[in-house]
Design a protein around this ligand. Structure first.
Ligand code: AMP
Length: 492
């Protein structure tokens, strides 16, 4: 196999995370940050961190573990100040890694910086080498520290907005960032808007978050998505925010997998409610691949909205299918996907999911999941449901076959682990021992999201990426984004 340069961060890990930022009028930001991180826990369970600023100095707590375990009431009391940022980090197949817990914070000549990053840069190694040659010393292997050093360097020469613009012109790849420079909280989204980031209004301030569900948790109102290439600067007194469109491109590269799997169904991302998208994708799945069986069952939890949309469309079409919760999930079992060995992954699926015998016994059954990656879940489930007495087991998948890795921030396993990388759907059907297997088409995804193929990142299902990645094909002419002229606040 040809040697591929690893465009994930230098340690081979990618940053698949949730970020928040809060600026309030006269009340400490620690608790709103804590609650919003709680709402984003699904985006990262390896580490959690909060950095606040009280007008004089930073306060920080960043630890390995879940949000509820990392912070107790005393910790939150000590995180003083009305502005702050927070981060939850996704676990990776490489195991725990304390060095990359975030937010990353640093003090330097022009003040203090804190950075929380969701995404993955494709040129972090190059920038890091350049900065090292200039004498910068790095303490971690992650992309985030590279961004922090570059920004700190620019801040020695430029004002905040120009410094961010210069850093954005240098870094390539996907990034949704919340940044603290002294007590100012900033939000930045990469010029193709690969990862989500939105702005919310609270009674006494503003919040930035990867997903709108975090804003709901704070009883806030979603104002809008941060635009691709836009910098948002929250006023330190919580009174508003300024917008600067720093980089412009004609196209976007929104990650479709956020809608299919990663985001919460109750979040609105780039103007679409994820729940509605998944239900509509379920409807399309019926239209494209439907087969009438006695029962339609979701693989909990991610298959649920697809399955309800599928069953509803089936019945509206004159079929007679029962939508049933026939698989019970043990919610105390962690994520099976990242277990290090195949044997452990298989055991974990069995621990996690159990069929309700009476729902499937003597019946023809369709199970619906959002995606097949390695094929572990589907193989195990088909076997279990047959053992529980099903007459036929059909599998329907709410995404196209995953044929290539993700370089943009979602842990997708490596190419040689992806079952669809070198197998046809019929070969996969045989391997999972299903009576039939069908996936949703790429066109259906684009139709439901109401975007052209060229405005989505479809790299994992096409093997062609919207970013310039060595050893991979690109699906568009890769042009470095134009640096916008506007540094005047817009009217938002
Ligand atoms: P697999 O068992 O390897 O085929 O993986 C598919 C299952 O893992 C599905 O039930 C998905 O909901 C879930 N899944 C898909 N992508 C990811 C991901 N990036 N991280 C964790 N779980 C995932």
């Amino acid at each position: 196999m040809a040697h591929r340069r690893d465009h994930r961060s230098p340690d081979g890990m990618t940053e698949k995370c949730g970020v928040v930022g809060v600026s309030l009028a006269g009340r400490d930001a620690a608790r709103p940050l804590y609650y919003s991180l709680y709402a984003l826990q699904h985006r990262g369970q390896e580490s959690a961190g909060i950095v606040t600023h009280d007008g004089f100095q930073q306060h920080s707590r960043v630890e390995m573990g879940l949000v509820g375990d990392v912070f107790d009431a005393d910790d939150l009391d000590q995180l003083n100040g009305p502005t702050g940022i927070g981060h939850v980090r996704y676990p990776t197949s490489g195991g725990v890694n304390t060095c990359c817990a975030q937010p990353f914070s640093v003090s330097f000549k022009s003040g203090s910086l804190g950075l929380a990053h969701n995404g993955n840069l494709v040129n972090a190694a190059e920038i890091r080498s350049e900065l090292e040659a200039l004498g910068h010393a790095f303490t971690s292997n992650g992309d985030t520290e590279v961004i922090a050093h570059d920004l700190a360097r620019n801040l020695l020469e430029e004002d905040l907005v120009r410094a961010v613009k210069r850093t954005m012109g240098r870094i390539h790849g996907s990034y949704a960032l919340t940044i603290m420079h002294d007590d100012a909280v900033l939000g930045v989204r990469d010029p193709q808007g690969n990862r989500p980031l939105c702005i919310g209004e609270l009674d006494d301030g503003y919040v930035l978050a990867s997903e709108s569900a975090a804003i709901d948790t704070l009883d806030g109102t979603l104002v809008r998505d941060v635009r691709p290439g836009e910098l948002i600067v929250l006023a330190p007194d919580g009174s508003g925010f300024d917008s600067y469109q720093l980089l412009d491109r004609d196209d976007t590269a929104h990650c479709f997998f956020e809608h299919v799997y990663f985001a919460r169904p109750d979040s609105v991302i780039d103007d679409s409610l994820v729940y509605d998208v998944r239900r509509d994708l379920g409807g399309e799945l019926w239209a494209e691949t439907g087969i009438e069986t006695d029962v339609v069952m979701p693989v909990p939890d991610s298959g649920r909205s697809f399955a309800s949309g599928y069953a509803e469309a089936a019945n509206a079409d004159g079929a007679d299918v029962e939508f049933a919760e026939g698989l019970m999930k043990n919610r105390y079992v962690g994520r099976t996907f990242i277990m290090p060995t195949q044997d452990e992954r298989e055991r974990a699926v069995r621990l996690k999911l159990n069929p309700i015998k009476s729902t499937v016994e003597g019946k023809t059954v369709t199970i619906i999941d959002d995606s097949i990656v390695r094929g572990t879940t589907s193989t195990q489930l088909v076997d279990l449901i047959r053992e529980a007495g099903a007459e036929e087991v059909h599998v329907r998948i709410g995404a196209p076959p995953i044929v290539a890795p993700c370089y943009m921030g979602i842990d997708m396993a490596s190419r040689d682990e992806l079952i669809a990388a070198d197998k046809s759907t019929e070969e996969i059907r045989e391997m999972v021992e299903a009576d039939s297997l069908a996936y949703l088409s790429i066109d259906a995804i684009a139709d439901v999201l109401d975007r052209s193929h060229g405005d989505l990142c479809l790299g994992c299902v096409t093997g062609e990426y919207p970013y310039d990645i060595d050893g991979e094909r690109t699906d568009r002419e890769v042009s470095r984004p134009a640096v916008g002229s506007g540094s005047a606040p817009a009217d938002d």
